[in-house]
Design a protein around this ligand. Sequence first.
Ligand SMILES: *Cc1c(COP(=O)(O)O)cnc(C)c1O
Length: 377
Amino acid sequence: MTNITDAATVPLLDLQSEYTPLRDEILAAIARVCDSQQFILGAEVEQLEADLARRIGVRHAIGVSSGTDALLVSMMALGIGAGDEVITPTFSFVATAGSVARLGATPVFVDVDPVTMMIDPEAVRRALTPRTRAIVPVHLFGLCADMDSLAKVAQARDVPIVEDAAQALGATDRDRQAGTLGRLGCFSFFPTKNLGAFGDAGLVTTNDDALGEKVRLLRNHGASPKYHHPMLGGNFRLDALQAAVLRVKLPHLNAWNDRRRQNAAIYTELFTAAGLTVHVTLPRELPQRHHIYHQYVVRVPNRDRVRAHLAARGVGTEVYYPVPFHRQPCFAAVVQDSEAFPHADAAAREVLALPIFPGLTRDQQQHVVSCVAEAVR
Ligand SMILES: *Cc1c(COP(=O)(O)O)cnc(C)c1O
């Protein structure tokens, strides 16, 4: 329960500073659910779905059990299975491609853009085959992927795009929200995401009425009505307790995302003033794309040494992600040439996530930058 304000230690993430001011309200919401004894789906989930649909500006927002299950159920709704190919970036969290493989389909990995570290639309074009049934861009670290270019590539073959927007609730491309840029959008409310539940939770978004209805049925065993199963789904339901917690937190999301953006601007100022930008590549903002900084990821040579130095000085960091899909043992069967993804390999070697959470103080950021300076000079 320590509230860290001391600049000498800086955690990667401090969830206490987000929880403490909302504690009474959250506990009251949890008590409301307990008093109702209604734990699965129901009014809390419906209210959250309505709130999120409005927030994102999408026709259907369907609460599910996790971001991973959002991806899985979205691909089930598209009818993806054995013999199908789904294109994903090779640099992401395992669930992006894992959900494809779990359905018996083949994940087809493509390299990333060397600057954004996100899926390279030209590489997607080269990877398309008559078997391609979906493309899954990842809005990595809270910035939208290059959806215009991807849409052009996808349209030529009429392939649906499923957004892995797990890190991107509130990110926009011009005036369009992440989760409305493809056929389906998949969000995660894992506790460390910008909007975090008190356990696992996720969301699927779509403007397609038929797909929305299908996801709704699939998340609840494909039942319609109860105990009648026109299709086979699973248990991908969102808990009422999680929905109640998320409803308390959702109104604060914009302010939290703004704080993350302010912290990013402060890092830019501090790293620049310290003359460190020759040693450290800072995250790039892109015109018209609103970055919500789920993570603040810099690139440094000798990353592991820098990370160890920061750890010794009390600064929490993380590596998202140290091993791209094409080097994961679980995907070995689908990889033909593990040397074919040089930009993802370079990213995996150099990325380092620094603390960026909303309650971070300027003094803490100054400490982080000083420690980086000691390590790279
Ligand atoms: C967090 C995350 C997921 C998975 O979400 P869970 O809710 O943890 O299942 C999927 N993809 C990306 C890119 C993520 O960051």
